[in-house]
Design a protein. Structure first.
Length: 115
């Protein structure tokens, strides 16, 4: 059974940086399309970034130029490098793994951007 575990969240000042990781197990990581989503308090979950199994990337307009998604298929790990963080980036960040009709989610990691 697929298992996704996020880490790397925390409290950071505006303008700061964080790198999130999503470690995958129980799945053939390299064949999955992967993504990051976030949910702020009182808001619906929203798309942040995605990377296909072939390495193509896609970003929400709100994070373009600040966030970078990447993957390491040897380590079965997904990353999200977040630079120039803003208070509006505060949310629980979750990773997602998609393969055909299957979709798996991690529990999420809290990111708080505040001075």
């Amino acid at each position: 059974q697929a298992h996704l575990m996020e880490s790397g969240g925390g409290l950071v000042q505006p303008g700061g940086s964080l790198r999130l990781s999503c470690a995958a197990s129980g799945m053939i990581f390299s064949i999955y399309d992967m993504g990051w989503y976030r949910q702020a308090p009182g808001k619906q979950r929203e798309f942040v970034a995605a990377i296909t199994r072939g390495g193509s990337t896609n970003y929400a307009d709100s994070v373009k130029g600040r966030f970078t998604i990447s993957r390491d298929n040897v380590k079965s790990t997904l990353y999200l490098r977040m630079n120039s963080l803003k208070p509006e980036d505060t949310a629980i960040y979750s990773c997602n793994a998609d393969y055909i009709s299957r979709s798996d989610w991690g529990q999420g990691t809290q990111v708080t951007v505040s001075s």
